[in-house]
Design a binder for this molecule. Sequence first.
Ligand code: ATP
Ligand code: MG
Length: 401
Amino acid sequence: MMSRVLVVAPVGQDGPLICSLLTDNGIRCVVSASSAAARSELPAGAGAVILAEEALNPAEIAAWAAEIATQPSWSDLPVIVLTVRGAVDRENRKKLQQMLPLGNLMLLERPVRPDTFISTVRAALRARLRQCQMRDYMVERQKAEEALRKSEKLAVTGRLAASISHEINNPLASVTNLLYLISRSSSLEESRQYSEIAARELARVSEIVTQTLRFYRESSKPRAVVVTQIVNSALVLYQARLTAASIVVEREFEDCRPIVAVGGELRQLILNLIANAVDAIGIGGKLKIRVADTHQYSNGMRAGIRLTIADSGSGIEAEVRKTLFEPFVTTKPDTGTGLGLWVSSEIVRKHNGTIQVKSRAKGPCRGTVFSIFLPSSSIGHTTNVSVQELVREPVSSHASA
Ligand SMILES: Nc1ncnc2c1ncn2[C@@H]1O[C@H](COP(=O)(O)OP(=O)(O)OP(=O)(O)O)[C@@H](O)[C@H]1O
Ligand SMILES: [Mg+2]
């Protein structure tokens, strides 16, 4: 319907003549006896409108202008007015001025040569076709962005579920153990003590769930954050465990500029990596955390920070390394959910960064290094990601034995 031409020529044989000329040249047209009738055709679609000047009095011009003003942003309906030959005088200039609200206006003075007329109509239809292509492109783009937003919402839900399961796993395991101990205990006093500890553990579970839900509601917006501060706050949380396991922590913080990121998510990422390092070290070892300003050479010199978490732990076997960032991969059957690194890599991906791992599981220099690059401004952050921004570097797992 967008390729048809609406013709309004109320006087004499103009209408039928114009129509047959257009039809002979393969252009579809609808001839209307009045402007109002032609306007009623507009909602069904039109490639151009041809108006004989005599059909246009000020009221009609206003009615067309009102119709044209309601067009969507992609649309600029071509209007061809067939004028009556006249002198270049004030009267004609005034008439032209009155027609300006018709928008995408072309004037053709009668008598028009058929070639000139057809080529003008063709040019108008061609321009209209471009507008329609633009509209289709915009619709497609909107659909793609909508789909992306939906998939990101699902991913957020997945991460939320994963992080809750990850965090409540340990307290729930303790509750199971305590219930077992209670069932085996013959002393009421002892059972009471166990049940008190179990109640405390369950209170922790409930706090973790409430906090995590609140965190997802409150801190889902990217802000300027200082990564070294987040590392410090994560280390405070682990201080007791680190001291108990005689793990020496070495911090190497350069003067780092803030980056735009979701602070709570970075904290979770860092906590997951520290937890893994602590597990891998066992008793006695070294945990080294480095934060430095950097540029990513492989990616147009993007500015950002590099966070390195290195441990002198057991190292990761080549077999495990292959699927390290996939969900439910764990070598800790009793305590692990295998979600820590998957959630972490998702967080890095969402921030448009990269995560790499190097590990040695044999020999005297065993240990693991996780290296994370986070761009200064994570423009690809999916809270407002656009289709172009989909082209991003994948999370990679680089490993050396
Ligand atoms: N720093 C590390 N040193 C040695 N092995 C590691 C290290 N980090 C991860 N791994 C290995 O990768 C596996 C997956 O880690 P991930 O954090 O995803 O799950 P998990 O630690 O097993 O479980 P959870 O995080 O739920 O406690 C671990 O089971 C462990 O074998
Ligand atoms: Mg883990």
